[in-house]
Design a protein around this ligand. Structure first.
Ligand SMILES: [Cu+2]
Length: 125
């Protein structure tokens, strides 16, 4: 009987661990194009597992191009501009595919993950 109880607790722990990775739903909103030497506005929407906006969190995003070293574009302290929507500015040097590494700290509850996006230059070639 003791063994059975132990197994049950073990099972419960596995279930809990499985849930914690889904604490946040992150949506990255980027413009489709940019103007060289001008800043572009990036939004990150942070929702909890129930789809409610996460307010008052610390949000940071680092943008990197694939397979290139351009000097990171870091948005260290994104400002919350509306409920659960965090805004930062980035100055792109080059069009192409980027990976955003996003870090959320919601009162100690943390999430880190990556989102990909592409952006093109709107300057005529
Ligand atoms: Cu590049």
């Amino acid at each position: 009987m003791k063994k059975f109880a132990f197994l049950f607790v073990y099972f419960l722990l596995i279930l809990m661990a499985g849930c914690s990775s889904n604490d946040f739903q992150i949506e990255l909103l980027t413009p489709k194009s940019f103007t060289p030497e001008q800043s572009s506005t990036i939004h990150i929407k942070v929702l909890d597992s129930e789809g409610k906006p996460v307010t008052g969190a610390k949000v940071r995003a680092d943008l990197n191009m694939h397979m290139m070293s351009h000097g990171d574009i870091a948005m260290k302290d994104m400002k919350e501009t509306s409920n659960g929507v965090y805004t930062g500015v980035a100055t792109f040097e080059m069009e192409g595919d980027y990976t955003a590494t996003i870090q959320i700290d919601d009162n100690g509850k943390k999430w880190t993950g990556e989102k990909r996006f592409s952006i093109v230059s709107n300057q005529a070639k």
